[in-house]
Design a protein around this ligand. Structure first.
Ligand code: ANZ
Ligand code: ZN
Length: 851
């Protein structure tokens, strides 16, 4: 018998599937199912995280297809981005070449896994055929006022004279030359995502098919706060400070004001005063803190007095104005009314700088004393020290005080969102050019739509020019104004690569559409995505941007849906233990570690925790190596069996071996029995063994179906393993008999297993004489009737006397039937105080308990 040769089989079926275009998706009148995995960045090679992601998607795609859905399962490339530019700089390869070479390599790798993609729909986002439409959408959005330009900070390296992405700033320094990075204000383009803040928030409640943790992250990111905007007139200066607060109920407890260091008033209030120098020194110091540091709870609350005062809007009271590190310019109005008695940050600040603390809310169970308080009281309570609001519960006072402020014209109700508009300008070469022209006469002029695409020129030497490649390239930069025909300059910034991934899922519905970004008919058929699968690291940005774009595309008339992804599955990480030498850090286990010792110093190697596979931890397993060694089916089976999709998966060489052995067993058995399977025995008059096999077949169909529906692929596979054991058992016990029930069992087994390991099953299926494709087989249905276990009536005796009867399943084990007999109420009663010496089981008939 020929042994299991995965490579031969896999190659054979992959090429046949491809030749017949088996997985091509065609629009028709069937019910559709769109399954999508987050498309990869063409970094060079696929890694285990990709493999896991696509294995999960492939099982779902194949299963849905067999259920009768018209399935769309596409694949493509998120192809613009920084690594291509870095490769250009460090290796001298053009970003385009680097990217397309990587795509070719990775496409070949993916094809070796046997995924059921419709490769005809493949595209790379760096193709002008794709980004042309993105430029058009930009112009559509511009016309609608959803795009605007404003000054915004960027990281600037004075050494390289270039803008750096956040990823290129390492501990405040340039990743290339190590110069200290400066913040520079540049005019940049923004998408008005805040116009959709409320809808993006409220629709979170409708996303019933999303993990709750992702929804929580989205809601927090949008960060809706209800409160009030209140104005505090300046003393000895014109104007006022406007603050945003969620606690208008504490207004009588304000004892100072805190401004963000970047607040424009800070300079106005201190210019030419004795405070100016101290304030500016403080601001310089704060600039070095990152956002996260400034937000962190445990960071020291610091600030300086500006020397200026404002007027409390409801009291005859002069309030000192401070600059404080914990106030952020981007949120609210960049100014805070400080209430140290009821806000912890203000409390710490007041303690540090000896500022007064005034209690305006009392808890019900004790009385707060500003002198002895050790922390702010932030819970609700009863209003005190607040004029005619005294005695009100604080929740009620919020409303009453807002009304009072509105009546007096010093404040108004206000809702604030943490969500900021989306800055999309990148001072980079390898991205979608922003289709705008600057004319000295006409100002900002959008490129006429007929002139699209604005092609990214490929003939530039990126290695020398770096990020400013476009700005230094006259053939691109210099143009004529579409309005007046005079000399003008092109925008040289490109778009954030998150823009491409915000609408690619829609383009898959009609990737060949030549006349428009989307073909409405096809998009209406395929969208929304029924099942989206990807990493939790995209829980906020990518998923929020894609939701935003969907709503924009809807409002522009391209789409009819409100939300892009009905169901979302976030898969866990692929992990492996790490090897570490106390002296030499992480080691590659197979190469740098011999007999538990470091090959460089001989020190004992510590085997560390399971961690996400990563190059830096030297714990990666290369998928291609695994395919070479075991074949794709083994890799697929192991990955799907090792853990349910949402959980982290531990890579285990033994587990891979085990998966491989299972496939070998299947191979051997089915090869052996298949030639003799086609006999004409009947389905009537089944013997005991056949009955059991028949029932197991239907029980397995039910189990596997239900587990797949819940994405519990690991338990679906273990049900199939169990089923296979029963089949093996049957074959061994019935050496010569080849019953129809066995044929049916093996066929069902092969069909049920096929979404997980499509190659070996296809081979066996054809070996059994079938001429059809497995994926075109209808998914098996179980018969309720067949699930029922036959029941036996068993007599229970004690010392030979009949004492009780019970019903048990016919295939009950000896151990189980004895346990159940002892558990009968009447038997328990009769046995109390007696010692059971022996239990005799006469199969199918009786149990005798000797006591
Ligand atoms: C007075 C007050 C009294 C506040 C009190 C809280 C407690 P959320 O819920 O996150 O929206 N705040 C406003 N703008 C800020 C900024 N730019 N940087 C830092 N803090 C800012 O938070 C709203 C509260 O955060 C506001 O309510 C304000 O402090 C502060 F007992 O105003 B509160
Ligand atoms: Zn002009």
């Amino acid at each position: 018998q020929e042994s299991y040769k995965p490579h031969k089989i896999e190659k054979k079926w992959q090429s046949r599937w491809e030749k017949t275009k088996l997985y091509k998706a065609r629009e028709n009148y069937q019910k559709k199912y769109y399954v999508l995995e987050m498309f990869p960045y063409p970094s060079g090679r696929i890694h285990m995280g990709h493999v896991r992601n696509y294995c999960i998607g492939d099982v779902i795609a194949r299963y849905k297809k067999m259920l009768g859905f018209n399935v769309l399962h596409p694949m493509g490339w998120d192809a613009f981005g920084l690594p291509a530019e870095n490769a250009a700089i460090s290796q001298g390869i053009h970003p385009a070449k680097w990217t397309y070479d990587n795509i070719d390599y990775m496409r070949r790798q993916l094809k070796r896994m046997g995924f059921s993609y419709d490769w005809d729909r493949e595209f790379a986002t760096c193709d002008p055929d794709y980004y042309k439409w993105e430029q058009l959408l930009f112009l559509d959005m511009f016309e609608r006022g959803l795009v605007y330009r404003k000054k915004s900070p960027v990281n600037w390296c004075p050494g390289c004279k270039t803008v750096l992405a956040n990823e290129q700033v390492e501990e405040g320094r340039c990743w290339r030359c190590g110069s200290e990075v400066e913040i520079k204000q540049l005019k940049q383009w923004f998408f008005k995502i805040t116009a959709y803040a409320e809808e993006l928030l409220s629709y979170c409640d409708r996303l019933k098919g999303w993990p709750e943790k992702v929804l929580i992250m989205q809601r927090n990111w949008i960060g809706k706060s209800k409160g009030a905007e209140i104005r505090f007139p300046l003393i000895n200066h014109p104007g006022e400070i406007t603050i945003f607060t969620t606690r208008p109920d504490t207004i009588y407890g304000v004892t100072f004001m805190s401004l963000a260091p970047e607040h424009p008033l800070v300079q106005k209030l201190t210019k030419g005063t004795p405070q100016e120098k101290i304030v500016n020194q403080f601001i310089e110091r704060v600039k070095k803190q990152t956002h996260l540091e400034r937000m962190a709870e445990d960071v020291e609350k610091e600030g300086v007095f500006t020397g200026a005062y404002c007027q409390h809007p409801l009291l005859d009271k002069k309030i000192p104005i401070y600059v404080a590190n914990f106030v952020l310019i981007e949120y609210g109005t960049g100014a805070v009314m400080a209430v140290p008695a009821h806000d912890q940050r203000d409390f710490e600040f007041a303690k540090k700088y000896n500022l007064p603390i005034k209690v305006v809310i009392q808890p019900s169970d004790r009385t707060l004393n500003p002198e002895t308080m050790e922390a702010a009281y932030t819970e609700p309570g009863i209003i005190t020290n607040s004029g005619h609001f005294d005695g009100l519960p604080s929740e009620q006072a919020k409303e009453a005080i807002i009304q009072y402020l509105e009546e007096r014209g010093v404040g108004k109700r206000k809702i604030s969102y943490r969500l900021r508009d989306w800055g999309i300008s990148r001072q980079r070469y390898w991205g979608t050019p922003i289709p705008v022209v600057y004319c000295p006469k006409c100002g900002i002029v959008p490129v006429p739509k007929e002139e699209l695409p604005i092609i990214l020129p490929l003939e530039i030497n990126v290695k020398e020019k770096g990020a400013s490649a476009l700005a230094d390239y006259p053939a691109f930069l210099e143009t004529t104004c579409p309005k007046c025909g005079g000399k003008a300059r092109r925008e040289t910034d490109t778009m954030d690569t998150f823009v491409e991934s915000s609408w690619y899922f829609a383009r898959y519905a009609c990737p060949d559409e030549k006349a428009a970004p989307l073909d409405k008919k096809r998009v209406d058929y395929w969208l929304p995505v029924d099942q989206y699968i990807g990493g939790i690291e995209h829980a906020v940005l990518h998923l929020l941007y894609a939701r935003f774009f969907t709503k924009v595309l809807r409002d522009l008339g391209w789409l009819k849906i409100d939300e892009p992804f009905i169901n979302l599955l976030t898969q866990g990480m692929v992990c492996k233990e790490t090897y570490r030498c106390p002296e030499h850090g992480y080691l590659i286990p197979e190469e740098e570690c011999k007999q538990g010792r470091c090959i460089y110093c001989g020190k004992k190697v510590e085997i560390g925790r399971l961690e996400k596979m990563s190059k830096s931890k030297k714990n990666i397993v290369d998928p291609e190596k695994m395919i070479n060694q075991y074949g794709a089916d083994t890799v697929r089976l192991f990955i799907l069996f090792a853990a349910p999709p949402e959980r982290d998966l531990e890579w285990s060489p033994q587990g891979v071996e085990g998966a491989h052995r299972f496939l070998q067993r299947i191979w051997r058995l089915i090869k052996e029995v298949s030639p003799s399977l086609n006999n004409k025995s009947e389905r009537k008059n089944l013997d005991e063994g056949e009955k059991l096999l028949y029932r197991k077949t239907h029980q397995t169909i039910k189990k596997v179906t239900e587990h797949i529906e819940r994405f519990h692929f690991n338990t679906a596979i273990s049900a199939l393993m169990e089923f296979f054991n029963v089949i093996t058992d049957f074959v061994q016990k019935n050496e010569t008999k080849r019953s129809l029930v066995l044929k049916d069992a093996i066929e069902k087994f092969v069909i049920l297993l096929s979404p997980f390991v499509p190659h070996i099953t296809e081979e066996l299926w054809h070996l059994m004489g079938h001429k059809t494709w497995l994926i075109e087989q209808p998914w098996p249905k179980w018969e309720e009737e067949a699930l029922k276990e036959e029941l036996l009536l068993v007599v229970i005796q004690i010392n030979g006397k009949v004492r009780a009867r019970m019903q048990v399943p016919a295939e009950i084990s000896e151990q189980e039937v004895k346990k159940q007999a002892l558990n009968q109420e009447r038997i328990k009663q009769l046995l109390t105080g007696k010692e059971v010496k022996k239990i005799v089981w006469v199969p199918k008939k009786l149990i005798n308990i000797v006591a």
